[in-house]
Structures are given as structure tokens and as C-alpha cells.
Design a binder for this molecule. Structure first.
Ligand SMILES: [Zn+2]
Length: 282
């Protein structure tokens, strides 16, 4: 049994993906808004992780996060075709796994506690799925062992559309083959079951989260409350499963012309927590 956690105790954080090519000033606003931790995306915002110069940019970002008094909770490993650990192209897959191991070691060196990895890219045709699944499980087992040796936890992200781990069944099937790894639950990636069902089926296995809202049709990365997710139910499922935080936002930098700020995130979390407390008590 998992001990129920108390959401009011959870730390709150944001993915740096919302911040683009961020500066000290951006991080100071994150801190000032009351967020305590961040997930550093190891790509984007002008940083190409396949280049030494890109890795220097990322290292500088990690240092800046610490310098601003924020906790580097997690790193998000690069994803996409070039980084596909389950690719049918065995040479590409081997390179992707080797790179992922290096990123795990680097992320651990920066002090991150968790590393988020995508189990595949897309599209995956039905007849290719079994092969993808086998290759991904093998690669993840290797990364799980590497993560353990570096002192960082591996979190496999649930993904939308035809990607691997697009259902809680498949997510659990993958996790059952791994020793130390857990799940990164992305609330707006559940397309074949409700977000709260998905969260509740991962009970006890969730190591970190990506929180944003959607329309149930595709991922949207909206601010929680702007879509169809029943947030109190999702928070309840996580708390019952023993998830002890953080509530890590992964919201898009803009919706239409509206630019998102860390202050919007904190206000949003306070509202979600008040609703949860009113509905579920404590
Ligand atoms: Zn995500």
C-alpha cells in the first residue's frame, strides 16, 4: 500500500521549456513567483545537445538554476527521431542509447534527482508496435542500470498518439520489466483513457509529472483549468498513489497572444489546491 501524500506539501515547479532561451532574470521571476524547483529540458532555446557548444549552454543553465536558489528536480533528455532509443535503425538506436547514458551522467552531475526519457518517437504502425516495444524495453533496461550507477532516477514518460506508453496498460507493461525506473505522468498525454484514470493506474509508480491541460483530442499544454481535465481527481489519484510532488508544470509559453508567466503558474496551483481541498478535504 502507498501512503497517501498531502498535496498542500508538494513543491511546485516548471519545466524550462516555457522559458525558452532563459536568463537569470527569468529564473528570478520563477523564484519570486514562489516556485521552488524546475525541470531543465536538455534541448531547445538555442541549445543543440549534439554539439559541444549546446552542452555548454545547458551546463550554464544548470549552474544558473542553482545560483538562483532553485532546485534542479529533473532533466528532460532530448527526444525526436535522432534520439529514438527504440528506432528500427539499430545503428541510430545504439547511438541514441549511448547519448542518453551520457546525458544521465551529466544530469546527475548537475544534481538532478530524476531524468525524464521518452520510450519512443512516432508514428508507430500497428504491425511495428511489438518490435518497437521490445527494443524500447531493452534500451530502457540499459538506461535504468546506468541511471542507478550515476545516482539519478529514470522516469519513463507516458506519450500521446501512436508513441509507446500511450495507454496505462502499456506503461505498466514497460515498467514491470524495469527495476528502479518509474513513470513521468503527463496529464495531457492521456488520449485513450481519462487523465485521472491513467494517474490512478500508475499508483505508486509515478516519480515525476508534467502538468498541463488539453481538450482530450491531442496534447495542448494549456494552463490547468483551460481544458477538460478534472484536476481535483488527478491530484487525488496522485496523492492516493503516494506521489509526494512536485507539481511540475509543463505549460506552453503562449496560448494565442497570451504569454504565460511563472506568476500565472503559481496562481493556477493555488486555485487547483483550493478546489481540491474544498472537494476532498485536507
Ligand atoms: Zn511532457
Amino acid at each position: 500500500m502507498n501512503t497517501q501524500s498531502s498535496p498542500s506539501q508538494w513543491l511546485v515547479g516548471t519545466s524550462t521549456s516555457m522559458l525558452g532561451d532563459f536568463t537569470r532574470h527569468d529564473l528570478e521571476r520563477v523564484k519570486d513567483a514562489g516556485l521552488q524547483c524546475v525541470e531543465l529540458t536538455m534541448f531547445g532555446g538555442g541549445a543543440d545537445p549534439s554539439q559541444a557548444s549546446g552542452m555548454e549552454i545547458l551546463a550554464a543553465r544548470a549552474a544558473l538554476i542553482a545560483d538562483c536558489g532553485l532546485r534542479l528536480w529533473s532533466v528532460h533528455l532530448p527526444f525526436g527521431r535522432q534520439w529514438d532509443i527504440a528506432s528500427p535503425d539499430s545503428e541510430l538506436a545504439a547511438k541514441a542509447v549511448a547519448s542518453a547514458k551520457r546525458f544521465l551522467q551529466i544530469g546527475a552531475g548537475w544534481g538532478a534527482e530524476v531524468a525524464v526519457v521518452h520510450p519512443s518517437t512516432e508514428p508507430i504502425a500497428d504491425e511495428e508496435r511489438a518490435g518497437y516495444l521490445e527494443r524500447s524495453k531493452r534500451a530502457l533496461a540499459e538506461l535504468d542500470r546506468a541511471a542507478h550507477s550515476y545516482g539519478i532516477k529514470l522516469a519513463v514518460e507516458c506519450l500521446p498518439r501512436t508513441c509507446l506508453c500511450n495507454t496505462s496498460d502499456e506503461m505498466l507493461e514497460v515498467l514491470d520489466t524495469l527495476d528502479g525506473a518509474g513513470a513521468c505522468f503527463d496529464a495531457n498525454h492521456a488520449l485513450q483513457e481519462s487523465s485521472e484514470e491513467f494517474a490512478s493506474r500508475l499508483s505508486g509508480r509515478t516519480m515525476t509529472v508534467h502538468m498541463s491541460d488539453y481538450d482530450g483530442v491531442d496534447e495542448r499544454h494549456w494552463l490547468p483549468g483551460e481544458g477538460t481535465i478534472r484536476w481535483s481527481a488527478v491530484i487525488d489519484a496522485l496523492a492516493r498513489g503516494g506521489y509526494s510532488g512536485p507539481f511540475m508544470f509543463e505549460v506552453g509559453s503562449k496560448k494565442g497572444d497570451e504569454v504565460r508567466t511563472p506568476y500565472d503558474l503559481m496562481e493556477c496551483w493555488k486555485r487547483l489546491l483550493a478546489e481540491y481541498t474544498a472537494e476532498r478535504g485536507a
